[in-house]
Design a protein around this ligand. Structure first.
Ligand SMILES: [Zn+2]
Length: 427
């Protein structure tokens, strides 16, 4: 017994020594090992959003990657769904703009952290929302002050009263009930602002954005800007695990998510000088209500460049590859939709939205076609010439229920080459 106890004692000592070492030595050794594993997991997650089931990518000739900077006297119109989107998504271009600039906030961002507000304010979140809306509008003004200090022509702002977290009802393919009157009002308002300000460049949320309000606003604003003389670009704010890494890394280039590289978008990098980035940093810091846990995400956009994608409509000979695994192209008046293996559907439906005359209510028309061997042919109704249209393509199951939707597509029917806008020069 004595001998066995003697043998056990060094073992016990070893175990207790290991126990003491665990937090101080072993864990710090394991954490650096864990970081590469985490990075690989993030990379794989980002890859999984890629168009793996989509038809082969188009040639890379459409991937512009040219530099884009504002011209000195250019008239710039920026649409922001929430106060701070103009800095996060379009900050690099905005900080360099020296011409007359108008920033239109579509909402006051009062629903940010809505759930947290509901918890902390019980059944009376409305007053808290109103307070947050006022605070965010003030933060936007203070933030722009940092950019305006560098400019002889300070940017003007316009705050519109659309409800935050409710813009998705503007689109007919939304899971919530579509509000056609609100969509017409929104479109008419956007059209009037574009007509009155007469911008050379319009920046708006990209329709691929994963925030439903950004997607909806981007679609209807693109419709309003398309066919005018303005060059139109979209900016991206919400995409899963993007940009990585989070935090302030001003030397790193900002690149589009991999899944959006083959989607027929023409991307541009917006170079940014250190002093412009500094004023953007100060401007962003004024948005105190969004800092805290959101700081690494917001700061991740302050890179060596900003990013914009040309908003160009679907035209003859252009195939658009959706990140969801759907390819859309136009042949005359027929939309050819090729569906990847993952996108199972029995029927296709196209909802086409177009204004009959300027500022008038939006019209809607629906086309349907069976899907055979992954290909569907949707015959578009005759659309008024030179009138832009928005097309939503959905895959329906055997019961006619929507299984998936593509991003809204723009189309500009003209006499010769439908979809090629005359005013939308590239670069
Ligand atoms: Zn936003």
């Amino acid at each position: 017994m004595e001998e066995a106890a003697m043998q056990q004692r060094p073992m016990r000592r070893l175990v207790s020594a290991l126990r003491c070492l665990l937090p101080s030595v072993v864990l710090p050794l394991l954490i650096p090992l864990f970081i590469p594993v985490l990075l690989v997991m993030l990379w794989l997650a980002e890859r999984s959003h890629g168009p793996s089931s989509a038809p082969p990518h188009p040639t890379t000739s459409r991937h512009g990657w040219a530099a884009l900077r504002p011209k000195p006297s250019e008239r710039l119109l920026v649409f922001a769904v929430h106060p701070d989107d103009e800095l996060v998504g379009a900050g690099a271009y905005l900080a360099a703009a020296r011409g007359p600039t108008l920033i239109v906030y579509l909402t006051r961002g009062e629903a940010s952290y809505a759930r947290r507000l509901e918890v902390s304010h019980g059944s009376h979140p409305r007053s808290a929302r109103e307070r947050l809306g006022r605070q965010r509008t003030k933060e936007a003004r203070l933030g722009l002050g940092h950019l305006n200090r560098r400019s002889e022509r300070p940017a003007r702002t316009l705050v519109l009263p659309f409800p935050d977290r409710d813009l998705e009802r503007l689109l007919p393919d939304a899971p919530t009930a579509w509000q056609p009157e609100s969509a017409s009002r929104f479109y008419g308002m956007a059209r009037r602002i574009v007509a009155q300000f007469r911008p050379d460049v319009v920046l708006l949320p990209l329709v691929y954005d994963r925030h439903p309000d950004h997607r909806a606003a981007g679609a209807l604003l693109s419709l309003a800007a398309l066919g005018t003389r303005a060059r139109t670009y979209g900016y991206l704010v919400h995409w899963p695990l993007w940009p990585i890494p989070g935090g302030y890394t001003p030397r790193l280039a900002l690149r589009p998510p991999r899944a959006l590289l083959g989607s027929g978008l023409t991307w541009y990098r917006v170079p940014i000088t250190p002093s412009e980035r500094r004023s953007l940093l100060y401007a962003l810091y004024e948005h105190r209500s969004q800092f805290g846990l959101g700081a690494p995400y917001l700061l991740a956009f302050l890179r060596a460049n900003g990013l914009l994608a040309a908003v160009s409509p679907l035209g003859e000979g252009v195939t658009i590859y959706e990140p969801s695994g759907v390819a859309v192209s136009l042949r005359g008046r027929t939309l050819v939709v090729r569906v990847g293996r993952r996108q199972i559907a029995a029927t296709l439906r196209a909802i086409v939205l177009y204004p009959k005359r300027r500022y008038e209510a939006l019209k809607v028309t629906v086309a349907k076609a069976p899907l055979a061997r992954g290909v569907g042919h949707l015959a578009l109704p005759p659309l008024p010439r030179d009138t832009p249209a928005l097309i939503f393509i959905q895959g329906l199951d055997r019961l006619g229920q929507p299984r998936w939707s593509t991003s809204p597509r723009l189309l500009l029917p003209t006499a010769g080459t439908p979809g090629v806008p005359r005013g939308n020069a590239r670069g």
